[in-house]
Design a protein around this ligand. Structure first.
Ligand code: IFM
Length: 443
């Protein structure tokens, strides 16, 4: 048995073992005529990002992509989930940067040349500043802007991409960024949040329809689902827990697959939704071919009091990662079963992200990361348990290939299977990369 506790033979033929990254986190916006995004200005504002770090150089993937694809191939991965940058492709939000399309064209060809199956994500958070100036996700027009950008990218690479996701983690795009103020644009406003919660779905549906009209298929959306448990069974705690689950997990799945929003979220958000929001479900429900689930951890929920939604987080009680996130693999099993039973039915599900941040360090040319190996072993087992109970799991992408820019936390939260020295940009595979290689070699 491999260190990761699984062999390929335990998974169906064609199962996509993959790894994932995103453009802003690795490429380096300094290169290739990339335009400014709301993450550049958010990071340049004191107090938003640790050490005010940004994606200027990041992992220099824009120049080192061949070495990075070699690392994916050499580990034995079947698939690579990457994202295209909106601000790189449309630096001013409108006109197209040919260099950007050339780059993604080379990248996709580089994957195919190495036998790696390309899984593209169109939005992983790099909104052009020119569109942020017009209100970004709070402006209904974002749906048409996003469809236009999606068409432009897929006209160039859509013929060779196996699967396409519209939006990565709509909860982060909308709630974390417009209600909690933790990600760009850093708003803390319930009206802005409600509009972003709706427009991100409208953008997903509008782009899905636009891509289909151009003959692109195998389209999905990537939701991040977070486990939660109420700290006690007092009615006010249970109500806060239900609201958290509705806003975090149910809102997006319910809209895409059922054409409705959950009551526990509508009770606070409905007054702030744009007029006529119900009519948009016809677009939001544009059929998808697969569902992506990103899963990492859970929160213990308390009632924080104060204004709606009164969601508060209690201290962790389980083992935690370097991020302070609790390690709770059983929630992954539950989510895979719940999402297919309640929403996506027989559609294939991909675990589009799963992984952990560690206090990883380079020692004599090696990077020992035993906690990550155990984390992955337990989560692969949790995924397998869901499959054994009928969940239609078709792929599993480890987050992330490389240590990279972890948004508001800058560069010191290391999620990579491969260590990156951010002074020299040298890559060193960690013990977990070697463990993946061993498992993927197994019959
Ligand atoms: O790094 C992020 C990624 O961009 C989106 N999903 C969660 C990861 C870890 O926080």
């Amino acid at each position: 048995m491999s260190k990761l506790g699984f062999t390929r033979a335990e998974f169906p033929e064609g199962f996509a073992f993959g790894t994932a990254t995103s453009a802003y986190q690795i490429e380096g916006v300094k290169f290739g005529g990339c335009g400014e995004s709301h993450w550049d200005t958010f990071a340049a504002t004191p107090g938003n990002v640790e050490r005010a770090e940004d994606g200027w150089i990041a992992c220099d993937h824009y120049n080192r992509w061949e070495e990075d694809l070699d690392l994916i191939r050499d580990a034995g991965f079947d698939a690579y989930r990457f994202s295209t940058s909106w601000a790189r492709v449309m630096p001013d939000g409108e006109s197209v940067n040919g260099e950007a399309l050339d780059f993604y064209d080379r990248l996709v060809d580089g994957m195919l040349a190495r036998g790696i199956r390309p899984f593209a994500t169109l939005y992983h958070w790099d909104l052009p500043s020119a569109l942020a100036d017009k209100g970004g996700w709070t402006n209904r027009d974002v749906a048409a802007w996003f469809a236009d950008y999606s068409r432009t990218v897929m006209a160039r690479i859509g013929d060779r991409v196996e699967a396409t996701a519209t939006i990565n983690e709509p909860w982060c795009v909308a709630w974390l960024s417009h209600f909690m103020g933790i990600h760009a644009p850093g708003l803390r406003d319930i009206r802005a949040a409600a509009r972003a919660m709706h427009h991100v779905l409208l953008a997903h549906g509008t782009a899905t329809q636009a891509l289909r009209a151009e003959g692109i298929d195998n389209i999905g959306i990537v939701t991040n689902l977070e486990g939660s448990d109420p700290v006690d069974d007092r009615p006010e705690t249970l109500a806060a827990h239900a609201r958290n689950h509705a806003i975090y997990n149910e809102w997006f799945l319910s809209a895409v697959f059922k054409g409705e929003y959950p009551e526990a979220a509508l009770e606070g958000l409905e007054p702030h939704l744009p007029t006529g929001w119900q009519e948009d479900f016809a677009t939001i429900q544009a059929p998808v071919d697969w569902l992506g689930i990103n899963y990492y951890s859970r929160h213990r929920i308390v009632n924080a009091g104060g204004p709606w939604p009164q969601i508060g987080y209690a201290d962790a009680v389980e083992e935690t990662t370097a991020f302070g996130w609790e390690v709770t693999p059983h929630h992954l099993t539950n989510f895979l079963l719940w999402a297919s039973r309640e929403y996506s039915g027989d559609l294939p599900i991909h675990i589009t992200e799963n992984g952990m941040a560690g206090h990883d360090y380079l020692l004599d040319g090696e990077v020992p990361d035993p906690q990550r190996i155990k984390y992955l072993r337990d989560h692969f087992a949790a995924a397998k348990a869901a499959m054994d109970q009928g969940a239609p799991l078709a792929g599993y992408f480890v987050w992330s290939l490389l240590d990279n820019y972890e948004w508001a936390h800058g560069y010191d939260k290391r999620f990579g299977l491969v260590h990156v020295d951010f002074d020299t940009l040298e890559r060193t595979p960690k013990a977990s990369w070697h463990a993946m290689k061993e498992a993927l070699k197994s019959g």
